[in-house]
Design a protein around this ligand. Sequence first.
Ligand SMILES: [Zn+2]
Length: 186
Amino acid sequence: MLGVGVLPKTYAGQGDCSIARALEIVGERWTLLILRDAFFGVRRFNAFHAHLDAPRTVLSARLQSLVDTGLLERRADPQHAGRSLYDLTPAGLALWPAVYALGAWGARFACGDEGPRVFFRHELCGRPLGDTARCETCGRVPDPSEVIIGPLNPAIPPARRDPVALGLARQHRLLDQLPPVEAGIG
Ligand SMILES: [Zn+2]
């Protein structure tokens, strides 16, 4: 029997199915959560690690894979010599409506009675996004840099206490650095 570690990365026999091709890039465990955190503003390995609890070797491999497939770009961290920052590329940013819609689906069908814990709104219009990331007021799908995320009920403490989770407990613009600079996590 094949172990998980040797499962093939490609969906042989799926021909030119574009969903299969996309899943070959984003379908591995942790990958979409790394991208989610990148949209939230996470850029540093240690911050991804603090928020995701993925084993460091797995996280490192997933980040490398996302760089290799052109969804993330790695550059030197100007504040920490020898370390890297990971930025979403245009191809990575283009996944925003898919990542958002997956979350909206999860809130509706996979979270029981809990429902969503955060809101997303178009900063310009001040109105929430619908299930497909489209602004209910202007009818556009705003770029992530135009979207504000925040807790639906700020009185409920975050389930996690890591610096990224604490940053998410306050509303901020997507892609703005998380945790914020003042949190001091490298
Ligand atoms: Zn709008």
